[in-house]
Design a protein around this ligand. Structure first.
Ligand code: HEC
Ligand code: HEC
Length: 259
């Protein structure tokens, strides 16, 4: 290497350090941020692009709750649904979509999504002749909820909620990932895609056999059941050790323990 090349190499090295990692190849820039064009108003495109990954291609069978449920849409109403899409649900995987919240859609596009959901999936008759519960509500009393859970839910979710025909609904990790509202929505509307009956005992248009002799759940009973579910939340979910154990970090790990 000549002395000129050596100085050049040295200067280039300094420049790379000075530019920091912003300079490194492959790092995405602001221009690479996926934004949806504000001119797109088509429901199918907006849904597929922004919602289907979690709520399913046709509004069902996604990891998050189905939204192509006429009962859900009728009880929730457009105002509630618009609010959730605009602001998201804090501490959950539901992101805020309004641009003023850092999201990817204009207010008009949010309206287009909501109108499209109603156009495709709503049916006002879904709540005909029904006394419907409030979509949102305060938590009730867990002690009352326990008995109600045994009567209404243990058939599928097991005596203590730890799972039976259907999965656990008291698993601390599950509970740490969902809001109180998501639990309430589940008790009110069930999961039409997975066969969980709604508050009145219906799934797929049929009364569930285990619920045929039971009255529809009342608003206050729903609040009590949700309170019982949330009473299983723990401070440190996902820990392999009981919360009360103090770990002895100074303890020597022997070869046999590491195997
Ligand atoms: C990254 C996954 C994800 C995406 C993308 C997503 N959602 Fe959600 N959504 C969730 C989750 C998880 C919840 C439940 C949050 C909670 O309350 O715990 C939820 C909740 C909701 C709710 C309220 C459900 C209830 O309990 O009443 C509505 C309405 C909703 N989403 C609509 C949408 C729409 C419309 C879009 C697209 C514009 C969308 N979501 C995109 C994950 C997502
Ligand atoms: C006929 C059986 C059945 C009954 C009765 C039933 N569930 Fe479920 N539930 C299910 C199925 C199936 C799922 C889907 C997930 C799974 O397989 O665990 C589910 C899911 C849930 C979820 C998770 C919802 C979500 O969005 O993933 C909650 C919470 C829940 N049930 C609570 C209850 C409560 C509370 C009751 C009583 C009021 C109840 N369930 C009664 C079958 C049932």
């Amino acid at each position: 290497m000549t002395w000129k090349a050596a100085i050049l190499t040295c200067l280039m090295g300094t420049a790379i350090v000075a530019a920091g990692c912003d300079w490194m190849p492959g790092k995405p820039t602001e221009a690479d941020k996926p934004v949806i064009k504000s001119t797109i108003t088509d429901f199918e495109i907006l849904w597929t692009n922004q919602c289907s990954g979690c709520h399913g291609a046709d509004g069902r069978w996604g990891p998050a709750r189905p939204l192509n449920d006429p009962l859900y849409l009728a009880i929730a109403g457009k105002e509630y649904v618009t609010r959730v899409i605009t602001d998201g649900v804090p501490n959950s995987l539901m992101p805020p979509y309004a641009q003023h919240q850092g999201g990817s859609m204009t207010d008009e596009q949010i309206k287009d999504v909501v109108d499209g959901m109603w156009e495709h999936w709503s049916n006002p008759d879904a709540i005909k002749n029904m006394t419907i519960p409030e979509m949102s509500g305060k938590l009730g009393k867990a002690s009352r909820g326990q008995g109600l859970f045994t009567t209404y839910c243990s058939d599928c979710h097991g005596k203590d909620g730890n799972g039976g025909k259907a999965g656990s609904v008291v698993d601390p990790t599950f509970l740490s990932l969902v809001s109180d509202q998501a639990l309430r929505s589940a008790v009110i509307c069930g999961r039409i895609d997975l066969g969980m009956p709604n508050f009145a005992g219906y799934s797929g248009g049929h009364r569930h056999s285990g619920r045929s002799k039971l009255a529809p759940l009342k608003d206050s009973q729903i609040s009590d059941i949700v309170a019982w579910l949330t009473s299983h939340r723990v401070d440190y979910p996902g820990q392999p050790y009981p919360n009360t154990t103090t770990l002895d970090v100074t303890a020597e790990v022997t070869a046999s323990e590491t195997n």
